[in-house]
Design a protein around this ligand. Structure first.
Ligand code: GAP
Length: 515
């Protein structure tokens, strides 16, 4: 199936099975905002727990906080967000549609890269013993497109770095980029658009009372640096972690939950001695990649260095995941220098320093940040896990199934308890009794409606790793069948062993031990 088609199926699957709904749907929805349903909230909680435990529980030198979304407006002045948290915006005068100028240009680069990939695939089919590296480095067409893509990429990076909106517009004109919807090339000039949402305090009028919804959780960590230092007995190097909502007035919110206006981040700021930041940067790059690889195939992950560094960074890399619409940023790892603490120190007048007993000196620590979007992580896990497959030896509507191959510790429901039939009181009573015992250990579901095959399919579709079926033999020997989601293998096990077997496979500890 084409990736685009697969993505469409995934989006509708998310709605049908209670993972994600469009926000405010009965009022025709609200762009770039989504709600998580009963299955979605469980998966999201599990992902958050996996991150929290990997960062806070496994590292003695990382502690957590939960800072407020509203913060003093000066924080966003100090952080640079008031002046520089902008995206270049362009309007099409005919269609009245609004776009990000940099994304329109990136679309051209993607188009050239797609042409290269197509050419490589064509050649692969044509030649036996195909040498891809040789082909890429010698084929004149591939070389021409690669050179063109590199040139455009460089000019885009330069224009963004220099804040040169006229250069972006010139590039759009020169590349003859048309409105993807209407085909019109009738563009306005490019201008900067600040992405922060603002609101107003009730008791202070004007600019003084203007509040922002935080566009990142990181600043809540920086402004609590001293509090945590004084109350947690941590010494540099140490980290502060938090998860929580962030808000960005994205010009184009698209690709489902990939780019939203309200989303959740999982961020950690690691405070280090100046001069050691590049060692820690490498350390966190490796640690974070290991975290992703424990739940996602390595081939779908890669590092991508930033061409255009943010105002606060001296080094930055993305961990990209291969979404159905291509490799895109999943997590950012940034060496933020002393920019944030230094700016808050300057604007607040409070010393944000650490006394290093080994050096016998005070300094503003440098910071290495890891920042991953919880919603993007959610989409990555579902994109890898979503599989449509034919079932060997099955017939009719049972011959195909959709299965979410989610790593078992992340699955929303760990175990479903199913009486073989529902019109036999003893079976239902026994199934209920088993369910009532299991629910203390795991998120379980009890289901007696429809034929057993259909119930298995329902559980496959939400990624439940185990189904337990209670049948007539159960009443005689206290055994049940345990069906495993991916292999669909069934085995008979004593009721007394169910908890241990399910725990063995679904415990978060299994993931954490792999890190
Ligand atoms: N504190 C650094 C920071 O916020 P970022 O690269 O802008 O860096 C970090 O964001 C992560 O947050 C991204 O890698 C992405 O996973 C997630 N993210 C950013 N904007 C998002 C959006 N509009 N919708 C969903 N996730 C987003």
């Amino acid at each position: 199936m084409q990736q685009e088609e697969l993505f469409k199926q995934l989006v509708s699957h998310c709605k049908e099975y209670g993972f994600i709904y469009p926000s405010s749907e009965i009022y025709d929805g609200l762009g770039g905002v989504y709600d998580y349903g009963p299955m979605g909230v469980e998966l999201k909680n599990n992902l958050r727990e996996y991150w929290w435990k990997a960062m806070v529980q496994l590292h003695e030198n990382i502690v957590g906080i939960d800072s407020a979304i509203f913060m003093h407006p000066k924080i966003w002045k100090a952080s640079g967000h008031v002046d520089a948290f902008n995206d270049p915006l362009i309007d099409n005068k005919d269609s009245k549609k609004r776009y990000r100028a940099d994304q329109l240009i990136e679309g051209e680069i993607d188009r050239l890269e797609a042409k290269i990939e197509k050419e490589v695939e064509k050649a692969r089919k044509r030649f036996e013993n195909f040498d891809e590296a040789l082909f890429r480095s010698t084929n004149p067409r591939v070389l021409e497109w690669a050179k063109r893509a590199e040139e455009i990429s460089q000019r885009l990076a330069n224009a963004l770095k220099a804040n040169d909106m006229a250069a972006l517009k010139a590039l759009i004109d020169e590349l003859e980029i048309a409105d993807p919807e209407s085909g019109s090339r009738n563009w306005t000039e490019v201008r900067q658009f600040n992405l922060m949402f603002s609101t107003q305090l009730s008791n202070i009028a004007g600019e003084e009372g203007k509040l922002y919804l935080r566009p990142e959780t990181a600043q809540g960590i920086f402004v609590n640096f001293l509090n945590v230092l004084k109350t947690s007995r941590q010494k540099v190097p140490f980290g502060i972690a938090q998860t929580g909502k962030a808000f960005r007035n994205e010009i184009v919110a698209r690709q489902f939950i990939f780019r939203m206006r309200e989303f959740e981040q999982m961020e950690m700021q690691f405070f280090v001695r100046p001069g050691t930041e590049m060692e820690w940067y490498e350390y966190w790059k490796n640690r974070r990649m290991a975290w992703h690889r424990a739940v996602t195939p390595a081939a779908q992950l890669r590092f991508k260095d930033h061409d255009n560094l943010a105002h606060y960074a001296n080094a930055a890399v993305d961990i990209q995941y291969e979404f159905p619409f291509g490799f895109k940023e999943l997590e950012g790892i940034h060496s933020r220098t002393d920019f944030d603490l230094g700016s808050h120190q300057a604007l607040s007048g409070r010393k944000l320093q650490y006394f290093d007993p080994e050096l016998n000196e005070h300094y503003v620590p440098y910071v290495v940040e890891t920042s991953v979007g919880l919603d993007r992580m959610f989409l990555a896990i579902l994109s890898t896990g979503y599989t449509e497959e034919t079932v060997p030896d099955a017939q009719g509507e049972d011959s195909t199934r959709v299965v979410l191959r989610i790593p078992p510790p992340l699955a929303p429901v760990k175990c479903a308890v199913l009486p073989l039939v529902r019109n036999k009181e003893e079976l239902v009573g026994k199934a209920r009794e088993i369910f009532d015992r299991l629910k203390f250990h795991f998120q379980c579901q009890y289901d007696e409606k429809d034929a057993i095959g259909r119930r298995y399919r329902r559980q496959d579709a939400v990624g439940t790793p185990y189904c337990i079926t209670i049948d007539f033999q159960t009443l005689q020997d206290d055994t049940v069948t345990l069906r495993e989601r991916d292999s669909m293998q069934q085995e008979r096990i004593p009721v007394a062993q169910v908890v241990n077997i399910v725990r063995e496979k679904t415990d978060m500890v299994r993931l954490l031990e792999r890190l």
